[in-house]
Design a binder for this molecule. Sequence first.
Ligand code: SAM
Length: 236
Amino acid sequence: MNARRASPKPAAPIIVGVHPALSTTQDDWLASEKIRLLMKLRRSGISDTRVLGAIEQVPREAFVEEAFRDRAYEDNALPIAMEQTISMPTIVATMTQALDVQPTQCVLEIGTGSGYQAAILAKLARRVHTIERHKPLADLAAARFESLKLRNITPHVGDGSKGWPHAAPYERIIVTAAADTIPQRLMAQLAIGGVMIVPVGPHVADQQLLKLTRVAEDEVRKEVLSAVRFVPLVGE
Ligand code: SAM
């Protein structure tokens, strides 16, 4: 569901940067594509208006490579550097809605990638800590956060499978790469009453998106949300 689904490329209406009038036309086209995507998300069960509002506010075209700018509002995963992907909008919306972030809460994201999911979360949370193992991706995402003035995101470079204990516990944790099993080190950094959304499964064809609620110190409630396809969480 997440990675490498390609659909036929629609005719791009305009080339970027040729003439101011033409690039305005492309911006208009992207705006209409965004509305089309928002309507699709609504039809597919995304009903949380805060989530839809965040998706409306964050320019996905700023998180994809220039060559894919005209495809930014397709409901597809797209390639980014280091052989990774920016997740498909339906998955970003589904995971964000399931996470149910409140404005007072601190969120930990594992797998910054392009930075798009972190930017969506930044519109909903008090603070977002996001960890990426590839420094070039983390640096690019940090530059995007800066240019979009998303000052409540703290990016980190490192092995996110260890979490980020310095700011724990977190009310919400979202993992955007697939863990082999439920990641216990991350669970230990989840607050009591907190929620973790994580794809779990050792094989790409057999992964489940899980919602884990830490109902007490030693008790976790598990719900299976859907089947997904994510790149692996590479860690210890
Ligand atoms: N959230 C991203 C976005 O909005 O573009 C998409 C994430 S991409 C599907 C998965 C990311 O997880 C990749 O960038 C990958 O490098 C990263 N990753 C995999 N294992 C990791 C680990 N142990 N620690 C941190 N990042 C990891």
